[in-house]
Ligand binder design. Sequence first.
Ligand code: GRF
Length: 190
Amino acid sequence: MKKICVFASGTGSNFQAIYEAVNNGFLDCEIALLVSDKPKSLAVEKASKYGIDTFTFVPKNYVTKTEYEQVILDELQKRDVELIVLAGYMRLIGSTLLKEYRKKILNIHPSLLPLFKGKDAVGQAMRADVLKTGVTVHYVDEGMDTGEIIDQEELSLNGLNTRGEIENEIHEIEHKLYPKVIRQILEEKR
Ligand code: GRF
């Protein structure tokens, strides 16, 4: 069975959706590890509760990104991880991981890329007063949300008035779209 690793810094709702998709058989893989740069995050708490291995680190305790990514790489290789899934991991991936996992790292972003890259994509969309936004799943490269797009789903903003309403809808899309794309990648249909 293929092994995947989820990287998460936040509440871990996407991690949870992936976990549930594995648990109910929609995804034929094992979550071998959760990596987080926020040891106290809800994502880490959830992984521990589900009995999934976690590797947490505090970036400022390392001199360079290369140094902590080398430690992460060791953890991944030790477990034969084949696919890395970023789910709210708020750091750029560096060359140490990209060299070994090129086209094997996915990210989910709450906008229709290439629009609204980076932080607070929902706020950016609201300020731009667009009629629609959405969710993108893409491969990760050196840039910030610049990798090749794999799939997108639109969200009409018609009738959605508050940030909370928009974020709820975005999350609902994410929790379906991400498992769907991961499944296609695992089945090599993408
Ligand atoms: C999601 O909106 C995702 O698109 C972005 O970070 C957020 C993570 O949310 N990359 P959660 O921690 O999975 O709830």
